[in-house]
Design a protein around this ligand. Structure first.
Ligand code: ZN
Length: 136
């Protein structure tokens, strides 16, 4: 298993409002902005390689990130770890008693992702992302 941190997802009401901090003051290059229709979210990716920051802006009020903002306000939404095989890792985790929040699905940049239920992981929403098909 690879198991290294890929990115941190941050829920924001407006990416353009938060962009100057990350891009202009911290100097993280703006990699891309992409809509993920399945998650009803617009993703702004900053930085390169491991440790990127994903600004998550909901495209619908009643979406996972929209509900997160309503209940908790802006802030850290999830941590994403890279794994070699998403299916094998999910099977391993399910056998160990962890629940997936939804199933394996398409995330940003055309990769496969899955989320673990935060109640099983000490309140942290964990995204798992398959290395396969990713840019090196
Ligand atoms: Zn993410």
């Amino acid at each position: 298993m690879t198991g290294r941190l890929d990115h941190v997802g941050v829920a924001v009401r407006s990416a353009s409002q938060r962009l100057p901090f990350y891009r202009d003051l911290l100097g993280l290059p703006l990699a891309k902005t992409e809509e993920v229709p399945g998650e009803q979210v617009r993703v702004t990716i900053l930085g390169e390689g491991a440790g990127r920051v994903e600004l998550l802006e909901p495209t619908a009020e009643d979406s996972p990130v929209g509900r997160f903002l309503r209940e908790r306000g802006e802030g850290i939404h999830h941590l994403c770890f890279l794994v070699d095989s998403l299916e094998a890792t999910c099977e391993l985790l399910k056998a160990a008693g962890y629940r997936l929040a939804g199933g394996i699905r398409s995330g940003s940049e055309g990769t496969l992702i899955a989320f673990l239920h935060p109640k099983d992981v000490g309140g942290v929403l964990i995204e798992l992302r398959e290395v396969k098909g990713m840019r090196p």
